[in-house]
Design a protein around this ligand. Structure first.
Ligand code: JEE
Length: 222
C-alpha cells in the first residue's frame, strides 16, 4: 500500500519511522510520502489560508493550493481522505475496509478546514472521497487524526503484524467485548496476586473466565 499525506506540518509525521510502521515500511509492505502544502503556495507570503466567504471566525484553506498539491498524487486507484470534525466516524470496520485500498491520500487541514470545493472537485472527477473524523472532540488539524488512521489501517495489512494470531483474535471480537485483563510475571506484585485460574493450565476454564471478564469490562464501558 502507498500512503501520501499533505500537510503544512510535515514534522507531525516523523513517528511513521518508528516501531510497527517503521518496520512495515522497511519490509516494503507500505510506503509513505509526506508533502508540504506550503511548497505549493503561489503568493509572496506563501499564504495557504484566506478569510471565509459569508463571514465568521477563523480562516479557510485555499482550494488552488490544495488542487496543486493533490493533482499529482491522485490516480484511478487513489482514495482521498479529508479529515474534518464533521466527517464519518472512523472505526474498526472502516479501518478494515481501507486496509484493502492500494493508495490512500490524506488531506490534513488546519484553521477552519479546507474550502469545500476541493472535496466537490475530486468527487465530481470520479475519485473516491471520504470525509472522516476520528471522534467527537475538536483537534487543531487533521495531522494527528491521520496518524491514528494510518496506524489502525497499516497494522491490518497482511504481514505487518509479526503474529497473525493477534489479528485473528481481534476479528473474533469485532463486534463483541473487546478485551480481558492481562497479567504477566511476577505472580505477586505490591500485594496483588494473579488470578488463580490463569495458573491452572485449564485452557477451557481460562477461556470461559476471560470471556466473562471481557464482558463485564464491556458493560462497565457502556
Ligand atoms: C481536520 C482543521 C481544526 C477546529 C470548528 C465548529 C468544529 C476545524 N476528530 C476530529 N476532531 N477535529 C478534527 C479535525 C480538526 C480540524 C481539521 C480534522 C482541520 N481542524 C478545526 C474547529 C473547527 N468547529 C464546531 O464544531 C466543531 C473546525 C478531527 C478529525 N479527523
Amino acid at each position: 500500500m502507498r500512503i501520501d499525506a499533505v500537510t503544512i506540518f510535515p514534522d507531525y509525521f516523523s513517528p511513521l519511522k518508528l516501531s510497527l510502521l517503521g518496520k512495515a515500511q522497511e519490509s516494503q509492505l507500505v510506503s509513505f510520502g509526506i508533502h508540504d502544502l506550503r511548497s505549493f503556495a503561489t503568493n509572496v507570503h506563501n499564504q495557504v489560508d484566506d478569510t471565509p466567504y459569508g463571514g465568521g471566525a477563523g480562516m479557510v484553506m485555499m482550494p488552488e493550493i490544495w488542487g496543486a498539491a493533490l493533482d499529482p498524487l491522485m490516480t484511478v486507484d487513489s482514495d482521498l481522505i479529508i479529515l474534518t470534525p464533521a466527517g464519518k466516524r472512523f472505526d474498526q470496520p472502516m479501518a478494515q475496509s481501507l486496509s484493502n485500498a492500494s493508495h490512500l491520500v490524506f488531506a490534513c487541514g488546519r484553521y477552519e478546514g479546507i474550502d469545500d470545493r476541493v472535496r466537490q472537485h475530486y468527487l465530481s472527477q470520479g475519485f473516491r472521497v471520504h470525509e472522516v473524523s476520528i471522534g467527537d472532540y475538536v483537534l487543531g488539524g487533521g495531522e494527528v487524526a491521520s496518524l491514528v488512521m494510518i496506524e489502525a489501517i497499516t497494522r491490518l495489512i497482511p504481514g505487518v503484524l509479526g503474529n497473525p494470531g493477534s489479528l485473528a483474535e481481534e476479528s473474533h471480537n469485532q463486534e463483541g467485548y473487546l478485551e480481558y485483563p492481562n497479567y504477566t510475571k511476577p505472580q505477586q506484585w505490591r500485594g496483588i496476586s494473579v488470578p488463580e485460574i490463569l495458573l491452572s493450565g485449564n485452557h477451557g476454564e481460562i477461556a470461559k473466565w476471560r470471556d466473562a471478564q471481557a464482558k463485564a469490562r464491556g458493560e462497565k464501558n457502556l
